[in-house]
Design a protein around this ligand. Structure first.
Ligand code: LLP
Length: 421
């Protein structure tokens, strides 16, 4: 469900004509819908109504401050994986008491920041991190509330690059090590175990692997409780998938919530969730302009003004994004097949192969749908292309929420050493 629709033959985001945004801001540009963000936050929260549940939006999916502020106003907390994300969440008005800190490589400085701010919990990913966190907390006269992220050795399905819960993945502590690590926690002065954490991957449409991982983790909670650990929370991570194309049929949030109600029933646990994509994914599009047609012996390339530096997902994960023209094609518009590519000097700078779509003339604009999550956040300045701009729409109004840097700004951090000046 999203708020991108044709009105009078022109693609709109809520009440705003996307051509107007492209005219004033230029292309490529990301456009986000406030109504979609709010709706998704409400649907997720509503599905867990009546449960003790913290919805900690996963900032990595889309960390734009305006997006975070929109979600903060909906009552979302935040799942962060760096000091930078933690600071952004705070700046956006998300209270520290609703922030959880995940990630395998927290530095001492990042730990100290979380402790100073008094975040809800640290999701600890190794025995070594545990020792360091205890040391840092002790030196500050604090005790860090922690969960251990466990690796349940369950395959999430989907693309291997975004699977995190198999034994060979770098995430979580090995399953069999967990009981001993919880015993170790008892002896460390700077950490207190409050729960267990699990996250098996992203873009998961089938609830089966999630249920298997969650049930296994609940079993661990029970045995740890029996061993005298006072655990009050379970963090079940994020990972719920979204439809990227019409034939995708991921489990809806209501089924996901029902499954979680079932597996956590009667345990008196606070459930922490870290949804990212399901909130932001379909709330954004990337608009780009067609530059050239380039015929080759067996195909036609459609060259556009966005590159893999602006939207990495197709290059990194062979991800599919629907491509939709901003001007609604007439019924007699010829259907053609394009390899849609960007200007970057890499063969992986390809958004679609032999995509069947209405003809796109040079100068026409197209939108990459479902680009709100893991879109702009993954963008770079590769090939000295200034960072892509971002715009937030709210009903009939819109605002630039990250502008494209000028050339001077783009190179401002670079310095010429004395011997070259
Ligand atoms: N919690 C943890 C510990 C995570 O590692 C992630 C995602 C999430 C929550 C949020 O997962 P979500 O609800 O968004 O599935 N760049 C890739 C996805 C990487 C996911 C990384 N971790 C993509 O574009 O598909």
């Amino acid at each position: 469900m999203h708020h991108f629709n044709y009105k009078n033959g022109r693609l709109h985001c809520e009440g705003v004509d996307l051509h107007e945004i492209a005219d004033t801001v230029g292309t490529p540009v990301y456009v986000y819908s406030s109504a979609t963000l709010r709706r998704h936050a409400k649907v997720i929260a509503g599905a867990f109504d009546g449960m003790d549940c913290l919805i900690a939006y996963s900032v990595k999916a889309n960390g734009n401050l305006a997006v975070l502020k929109t979600l903060a106003a909906e009552g979302c907390g935040a799942d962060v994986v760096s000091g930078g994300e933690l600071q952004k969440a705070l700046v956006a008005g998300i209270p520290a008491s609703k922030i959880v800190f995940s990630g395998v490589g927290k530095t001492r400085e990042e730990m100290a920041l979380g402790l100073r701010e008094g975040i809800h919990q640290f999701n600890v990913e190794s025995g070594a991190e545990l020792e360091v966190l205890s040391e840092v907390a002790t030196s500050m006269g604090k005790v860090a509330p922690i969960t251990l992220r466990v690796n349940p050795d369950v395959a999430a399905g989907g693309h291997p690059n975004i699977s995190t819960g198999k034994a060979g993945d770098k995430f979580g502590v090995p399953w069999d090590d967990a009981p001993a690590l919880y015993e170790r926690i008892k002896t460390l002065p700077g950490v207190k175990a409050v729960g267990v954490d699990v996250h098996i991957g992203s873009q998961i449409g089938d609830l089966g692997p999630m249920r298997a991982a969650f049930e296994k983790t609940i079993g661990l909670v029970k045995s740890l409780r029996a061993a005298g650990h006072d655990l009050t929370r379970i963090d079940l991570g994020g990972g719920l998938g979204i439809p990227y194309k019409a034939s995708d049929n991921p489990a809806p949030p209501s089924d996901y919530a029902q499954m979680i109600r079932e597996v956590t029933e009667g345990l008196g646990l606070q459930v922490v969730l870290e949804p990212g994509r399901v909130i932001a994914g379909n709330a954004g599009v990337m608009i780009t302009e067609a530059l050239y047609h380039k015929p080759a012996p067996d195909r036609t390339f459609l060259i556009i003004d966005a590159g893999m530096n602006d939207l990495m997902r197709p290059a990194l994960y062979q991800a599919h994004h629907d491509i939709v023209p901003l001007s609604e094609p007439s019924a007699d518009k010829p259907m053609v097949e394009y390899d849609v590519v960007g200007p970057i000097c890499e063969s992986t700078d390809k958004f679609a192969t032999k995509r069947h779509m209405p003809e796109v003339e040079p100068g026409a604009r197209i939108a990459f749908m479902s680009s709100g999550a893991y879109g702009a956040v993954l963008s770079s300045q590769y090939n000295a292309r200034p960072l892509v701009a971002e715009v937030l729409v709210d009903d009939a109004q819109y605002a630039i929420v990250r502008r494209r840097p000028s050339f001077d700004e783009m190179i401002a951090l670079e310095q010429t050493p004395d011997w070259l000046s």
